[in-house]
Design a binder for this molecule. Structure first.
Ligand SMILES: Nc1ncnc2c1ncn2[C@@H]1O[C@H](COP(=O)(O)OP(=O)(O)OP(=O)(O)O)[C@@H](O)[C@H]1O
Length: 320
């Protein structure tokens, strides 16, 4: 189990992590999500001992994790976003070289990891000649050489074509049968396809941590999700103006019956709107009050996609 406790990381004036606390239990795949610049790579580099926090502490099974702890490093494998590989070397020779460098027996470990990542047909080629998907497998094989319990992957499918993405995801799923995998991504399909748990980081702070099911139910954002209303007996323009004037409302869309996934209402004068509240705000009571001046047929919080939840959790801007 890995635990971050109020971890901070400054790069000069840039506060990359601001008191980050989260837990990664053993087993399964945990997704570290966040927009560009959120602090994901920084968190992963701290977790793998490549960076030291400015403040706070990381624990590995309740033991303080220190970057120079050989024991801790032995338990963690890391695939950085752009893994440095020697292009001129054959994949096999590279893995043998790296195994020796880490004091491992290449004759035992290299064939094992090559099999594990499905690289057998490509190991006797220079790395430079491999497709990006196969280079990623070389990187994975390298990260697995010392048979770590925990595998940390920084945007493992970034830059791959759709077929390679599916292959690498299947590979990650297979690896996660016996190891804990932590991966960073900002692709929601990746999260849905792979992760059991998610940690959302935004502007250096944790916005959500928990099971994927809870994330997909709104990630604890009580308001903020779009609300659909169906009304009659009111001019759409007047309605839009009134709703937009409610302080917690960010914007309002007019929906067309029969389109936008909306059914046709028996009353042809029905006006259907989608109201986007400001992040985290609950505006349904105000919307209902406003709607009482006309005929209200329906007011419902819409089913949110993972993208909607991610957006709601990461759209606020905090300074300082
Ligand atoms: N070596 C560095 N020196 C200065 N600032 C840095 C350094 N590395 C990262 N940063 C800054 O720290 C913040 C967090 O960066 P980080 O790379 O951890 O984010 P990320 O979530 O991994 O982003 P991305 O998805 O774009 O890789 C950003 O504002 C980034 O510009």
């Amino acid at each position: 189990m890995i635990r971050f406790e109020t971890v901070e990381k400054d790069y000069g004036d840039v506060k990359a992590l601001r008191g980050v606390s989260f837990e990664v239990p053993c087993g399964g795949i945990v997704g570290l999500l966040g927009p560009n610049g959120a602090g994901k790579t920084t968190a992963l580099r701290i977790m793998t001992g490549f960076l030291e926090p400015t403040a706070g502490q990381v624990f590995l099974d309740d033991q303080p994790f220190t970057p120079d702890s050989v024991e801790a490093r032995r338990r963690i494998g890391y695939l950085p976003e752009s893994a440095p590989l020697y292009g001129d070397m054959f994949a096999w020779d590279y893995l043998v070289y790296e195994a020796r460098l880490h004091g491992l027996d290449p004759s035992e470990r290299v064939p094992q990891v090559v099999r594990q990542v499905g690289l057998a047909s490509h190991v006797h080629k220079p790395i430079r000649e491999l497709s990006k998907g196969y280079r990623q497998r070389v990187g994975l094989a390298h990260a697995l050489l010392h048979d770590p319990e925990i595998l940390v992957l920084d945007e493992p499918t970034s830059g791959l074509d759709p077929n390679q993405i599916l292959e690498v995801r299947a590979l990650i799923r297979r690896i996660a049968e016996t190891k804990t995998v932590i991966l960073s991504t900002h692709i929601m399909q990746e999260v849905a396809a792979l992760c059991r748990r998610v940690v959302v980081i935004h502007q250096g702070q944790v916005r959500f941590q928990g099971l994927l099911e809870d994330f997909s139910l709104g990630g604890g954002v009580t308001g903020g999700m779009p609300v659909r209303m169906v009304l009659a007996g009111i001019d759409p323009v007047v309605l839009l103006k009134r709703l937009e004037a409610i302080p917690g409302v960010e914007r309002v869309e007019l929906l067309e019956p029969g389109r936008d996934g909306i059914g046709v209402y028996p009353d042809p004068s029905a006006v259907i709107v989608r109201v986007f509240p400001r992040a985290g705000l609950e505006v349904r009571p105000e919307l209902a009050r406003e709607a009482l001046s006309s005929e209200l047929y329906e007011i419902v919080q819409e089913q949110s996609s993972l993208e909607d939840v991610f957006h709601a959790l990461t759209r606020e801007v905090h300074h300082g």
